[in-house]
Design a protein around this ligand. Sequence first.
Ligand code: GLU
Ligand code: ZN
Length: 282
Amino acid sequence: MSCKKVERFAPSPTGPLHLGHAFSALTAARHADRFLLRMEDIDTARCRPEWEAAILDDLRWLGLTWQQPVLRQSERLHLYRDAVGRLTEAGLTYRCTCTRADIKAALSAPQEGAPMHGPDGLIYPGTCRNAEHVATDAAIRLNMAAAIAAIGDVSRIGFTELDFEPGRHALDAEALLRNVGDIVLARRDIGTSYHIAVVIDDAAQGVTHVTRGRDLFAATPLHRLLQVLLDLPEPLYRHHRLIRDENGKRLAKRDDARALATLRAEGWSREDVLHAIGFQAG
Ligand code: GLU
Ligand code: ZN
């Protein structure tokens, strides 16, 4: 058995890198014996080759090197489709034709109570769960209750967190139903989802340590559940702090957040970037 740490940085080439991305990439690379890069470019309507080129350029400028080849999710859609197909064969999915407006309307029904938010926004109210849609242009959702029943005692599953709330976090059936619910595994437009692609690719790349922002901590129980259902290995997790501006607002969410490329053009050095994100060199 090898105890080499395999880490990855997995940007979506939908825009420029910001200081928060720099922190994520540098944190992963610092801990890694083998550092990998993955382009999360499943959303073909939003991803652009120019952004990918700009991301590679910024990462090189930060002094990072990574093992080739760079994995591109857009070349692996068939693998994600197969994985969703296996879950469907196991009876753990259903087709859903709801629009966002349908979901909002269903959730505003009096008996529903306060709508809950999960990793992808509003928790799906389950409208299509027993609808037997034949439509081919439907989304495919995980039937969370069926998935939990298939596993049995989900509290035997958990993940080990190394940074944010360090320790072992056991899965909890109630929390999965309430905070994740019947999540979309295959979007209607692209036939896959972040959640399916990330678990398939972390396994395919042999990632031992998943380093990413705390904003994704809430998605990790779902990722562990999918890993168990798809018979994939369990990585360790490191959800790092988010880089905020002087007013405490998350940089990634700020429309005017200056891109690394802009800072570079303004004359920032690599050391200036490290200082701005509180990253101790070495
Ligand atoms: N592609 C995701 C992002 O840009 C990263 C997902 C992950 O690291 O698991 O935020
Ligand atoms: Zn539906």
